[in-house]
Design a protein around this ligand. Structure first.
Ligand SMILES: [Zn+2]
Length: 393
């Protein structure tokens, strides 16, 4: 059967409606998980789907689900998170939630067979703003540990890119191949505190010089090992931190992100070797310690291929890309075949009231999600759905 078209007006109206729940005077949105506004947003999502004739329910943590009343699984799950950072934008999380609601309603209304095995989710607390949320991804982590995850055949998430790459490259849609792994390091350099006037350069053990030479190498090391990787020196602290004293101690905090563990290992090896070499040249000792390591999330190649095919069919400005920010999809990918779709973020802004994507790209992304749902359902359920890409009139 032909593919139904999403209702663009309903999508944009719903997005505006959710964006008004918890909005401050300047348009910044305050729907931190568990806040009154967050709960009101979830109630509205729940009610909207019930009014559309769908069955809704919530799990113990607060994730809101919906599906067809006669649906008995297994399910392809689609969604994103309904919470925001304090002063967030109207698209981060909300776009994927509203788009999923639109896709299920459209397929349900059209009597499309893919609707029978489709479930939507508005995840609880992705952002992890409050101390009790321990870094976020709370709702997806709870689902990944719940028996319901065994009823799922896959997870698809539509999201705004939250960065400037797609806009820079003129892209409308991206098939996301995975989420970068993130490693953080604490570097400690020990030298000898001494008089900054009387001690010649060659006779110093300058911990500060080791730290700054090392910091200056980070970009080149990332670029040389894997030119899609990225890194940051976020902090340099010197002791005793005075203009006339050669620093005897330096502490550096560094972070690297890359799309494969191999690249992360390669960058880390090179960072260690570079630090050891510089420390030796400067008569100091140095240690690099890993303080945290978030693994790479590799999405399912079958789902990524299916999503990419849909994106390329919908737009001649579509490509594959890595996600450099974390998402619920990274947690879901540890349990079920997972993929994501990105649309561009105007100016690359996110977690801000400047967050924006043109309406026509929001509509295009949602249609791409619908077509990806049909393609992935056919793939995973071996459903006899004729996934031709012609749209109904
Ligand atoms: Zn998000």
């Amino acid at each position: 059967m032909t593919l139904p078209s999403i209702n663009a007006e309903r999508l944009l109206t719903d997005l505006t409606h959710l964006g008004q729940i918890g909005a401050g005077a300047d348009g910044s949105i305050y729907r931190v998980a568990g806040s009154a506004a967050d709960l009101a947003g979830r109630d509205w999502i729940d009610k909207t789907m019930r009014v559309a004739g769908l069955h809704t329910y919530r799990d113990d943590i607060g994730n809101v689900f919906s599906r067809r009343p006669d649906s008995d699984g297994p399910w392809l799950l689609i969604g994103s998170h309904a919470d925001t950072v304090p002063g967030g934008g109207y698209l981060d999380g909300a776009y994927g939630v509203i788009a999923s609601m639109e896709v299920l309603r459209t397929l349900h209304e059209a009597g499309h067979p893919a609707a029978a095995h489709l479930e939507t989710v508005a995840f609880w607390d992705e952002e992890g703003v409050t101390p009790e949320s321990k870094g976020g991804l709370v709702g997806s982590t709870a689902l990944a540990g719940h028996p319901h995850v065994d009823d799922l055949i896959g997870y698809l998430e539509l999201h705004v890119e939250q960065g400037p790459r797609m806009e820079r490259d003129g892209l409308e849609l991206s098939a996301v191949t995975g989420i970068v792994g993130v490693r953080r390091y604490a570097v400690e350099v020990r030298g000898q505190e001494n008089h900054a006037g009387t001690t010649p350069f060659a006779l110093r053990a300058d911990a500060g010089r080791v730290a700054t030479r090392f910091a200056a190498q980070l970009r080149d090391i990332c670029q040389d090992v894997d030119d899609t990787s990225i890194g940051n020196i976020g902090s340099i602290a010197l002791e005793p931190n005075a203009p006339n004293v050669v620093p005897g101690l330096a502490r550096v905090q560094a972070e690297i992100r890359a799309g494969s563990e191999k690249s992360l290992d390669g960058i880390e090896d090179e960072l260690r070797a570079t630090l050891a070499r510089i420390a030796q040249e400067e008569n100091c000792t140095a240690e690099l310690r890993t303080t945290s390591a978030k693994p790479v999330a590799d999405f399912d190649s079958r789902l990524v291929d299916a999503v990419e095919e849909v994106c390329l069919h919908r737009s001649d400005r579509a490509e594959r890309m890595l996600s450099y920010a974390g998402h619920d999809a990274s947690v879901m990918s540890t349990r079920v075949p997972t993929a994501m779709i990105f649309v561009p973020s105007t100016g690359g802004y996110s977690h801000s009231n400047l967050e924006h994507t043109p309406d026509e790209q929001l509509v295009l992304g949602t249609q791409a999600l619908l077509e990806s749902v049909v393609a992935v359902s056919a793939l995973m359920l071996k459903q006899d759905i004729d996934a031709d890409h012609s749209l109904a009139a």
